[in-house]
Design a protein around this ligand. Structure first.
Ligand code: GLN
Length: 336
């Protein structure tokens, strides 16, 4: 009899533990999210390690104290803190959305075969990486692969190609995005290295249209302004299987979002992507403007802006803030 009671108590205890673990992991309350958001902001707001990118001259002049964190749930709830309406140029984060466009038009196999889906382990503007990989860019998130992706957007001319790229990014954001004219001018007159990369890829038969024109459009897509609010909504479309949870509009086929996110895991933070994945498990993408977006699949889009970068070109405070939030809210998808 007493043996049976012990067994019953043991089973009840196990059920209670199991129940607690599952509710903690999957049902976060708005209070929990708001608390951790505030904590991460307070913890890192005075961290001034790193420095603005300066190889694009206009980026050196951006206010480096901007710090903003936004989280958008897959059902469209928004949690934010800091200068969440301040904008910076999107830079490399734009690569995710032009990839989404070309993947929609040409299919995932085309991306895999023509551009590649492997890490380079080298800096984002590496030329050696192309030479070492049979003349291929390796993936769409290094400059080579991104310029290539831009060149493959179906269009009759540059003006049409640009319009499609901008419209597509605006569908992800759910609002209009403005061009940062000073950043665009500063980079378009100073992008010989990217032009060289595009020309090399053309010589290898990998470009879909004129390499120099594609480089100019790529430079323009990098100069669109975004806030942390914009970035979090854009990321939430990927978290929500291709539907913008704020506008409720379908932006991309749900079959494609895992493909895009897998490349974000492999190459989203360039040659530091392994460290990032090890820390957070999250697909993410950074830009030298100071933004990072990260996706918690099925749950949240996160957008952070803070212009000071580490030696890889990734925002220092954005990485810290997202890592903190992931740990505190148990959001690492590989730990679920
Ligand atoms: N426009 C920048 C470049 O081509 C983007 C680089 C980045 O954000 N890593 O160099």
């Amino acid at each position: 009899m007493s043996n049976n009671i012990t067994k019953l108590l043991r089973a009840t205890f196990l059920i209670v533990i199991f129940f607690n673990v599952t509710t903690n992991a999957s049902q976060l309350t708005p209070q929990q999210i708001t608390k951790v958001l505030k904590e991460s902001y307070e913890k890192f707001k005075d961290d001034n390690r790193g420095k603005n990118a300066d190889y694009i001259k206009a980026l050196a002049e951006v206010n480096s104290s901007i710090f903003a964190i936004s989280i958008v749930s897959a059902s469209g709830d928004i949690y934010e803190i800091g200068n969440t309406k301040e904008v910076v140029s999107i830079q490399s984060i734009s690569k995710v959305f032009t990839l989404a466009l070309v993947m929609s038009e040409k299919g995932p196999k085309f991306i895999q075969e023509k551009i590649g889906v492997n890490a380079t382990g080298l800096p984002f503007n590496s030329i050696i990486a192309i030479e070492q990989h049979n003349g291929s860019a390796s993936n769409p998130f290094v400059n080579a692969g991104a310029i290539q992706t831009t060149s493959w957007v179906k269009a009759d001319n540059s003006a049409q190609r640009w319009k499609k790229i901008k419209n597509n990014m605006e569908k992800f954001a759910g609002e209009k995005l403005d061009l940062n004219a000073p950043v665009y001018k500063s980079e378009v007159n100073d992008n010989k290295r990217n032009q060289a990369i595009a020309t090399l890829l053309e010589a290898n038969g990998r470009m879909g249209s004129d390499p120099l024109k594609a480089t100019t459009i790529y430079t323009k897509q990098c100069a669109l302004n975004v806030s942390s609010h914009n970035l979090a909504i854009m990321a939430s479309v990927l978290a929500n299987h291709g539907v913008n949870p704020v506008t409720k509009k379908s932006v991309i086929d749900s079959n494609l979002t895992p493909k895009i996110m897998s490349i974000m895991q492999t190459a989203g933070l360039y040659d530091n992507a392994g460290e990032w994945l090890y820390e957070t498990g999250l697909p993410a993408k950074s830009g030298v403007g100071g933004g990072i977006l990260a996706v918690v699949p099925g749950k949240f889009g996160i957008g952070v802006i803070s212009p000071r970068l580490d030696e890889y070109g990734n925002s220092v405070r954005a990485q810290e803030a997202i890592s903190y939030i992931v740990k505190k809210l148990n959001l690492n998808p590989l730990a679920q």
